[in-house]
Design a binder for this molecule. Structure first.
Ligand code: CA
Length: 231
């Protein structure tokens, strides 16, 4: 089951960034730029989670949130509010009006992704798999354990994040830049060669003896995790 996330945000660049990252993690994403338009859209279809900006044209995020909580169909819809810095008292009002969580702009994309996962795990557990599987590799997001063919692997925290990210979109090739942005975050300055170093460590951890290497290096493009390999 693919979790559906609706983004209600009038900043186009932010919407694009969020949509890109959510789709990379396997979510189905819809976007709306105005509050009043979002209200109409929510009468047609209710997503699994709503990312709602505070300041919106049409109807404000706070008012929309209030209206969402008044309707039976959307009363339980998980909402993460996106607020600007300095709206401290308003943030409190946002939560009082019924948002389940909030992040303050500018926020780190990996942190927001983690909050979204945590909220869906709580509210719609069926949409978030606790265990990812690819070939003979099994990754448990909750216990942070990784096994290959039943044997437990010991990964560093970045190697775990990297493997988790690759396992979300098997077969898809990610550039070093995409991996940096998704696993390390956009605000962090890290050289692209860092990705190669961590992929190297990840390979060393998961491939032992004659195990086939599931990580594919695509020259000039980046890396992918292949599902189609003989375990
Ligand atoms: Ca706004």
């Amino acid at each position: 089951m693919i979790p559906r996330v609706m983004i209600v945000e009038d900043e186009e660049a932010l919407t694009t960034l969020l949509k890109y990252n959510l789709e990379a993690e396997g979510y189905a994403v819809s976007t709306v730029f105005r509050g009043d338009e979002a209200e109409i859209r929510l009468r047609e279809t209710v997503p699994d989670l709503l990312l709602l900006d505070w300041m919106l044209p049409g109807v404000s995020g706070i008012e929309l949130c209030r209206r969402i909580r008044m309707r039976d169909e959307t009363r339980a819809l998980p909402i993460i509010m996106l607020t600007a810095r300095g709206e401290e008292t308003e943030r409190v009002r946002g939560l009082a009006t019924g948002a389940d969580d909030y992040v303050v702009k500018p926020f780190s994309v990996p942190e927001l992704m983690a909050r979204i996962r945590a909220m869906l795990r709580r509210t719609k557990p069926e949409t978030i798999a606790a265990i990812l599987r690819s070939g003979d590799i099994e990754l448990d997001r909750e216990t942070h354990r990784v096994r290959r063919a039943g044997r437990e692997l010991h990964l560093g925290p970045k190697e775990f994040d990297l493997l988790e990210f690759l396992m979300q979109s098997p077969g898809r090739v990610f550039s070093r830049e995409q991996l940096l942005n998704s696993v390390w975050g956009r605000d962090v300055y890290v050289d692209e060669r860092t990705v190669d170093v961590h992929v190297g460590r990840l390979r060393k951890a998961i491939n032992r003896g004659r195990a086939k290497d599931p990580i594919r290096t695509v020259r000039g493009a980046g890396y992918a995790l292949d599902e189609q390999y003989a375990p």
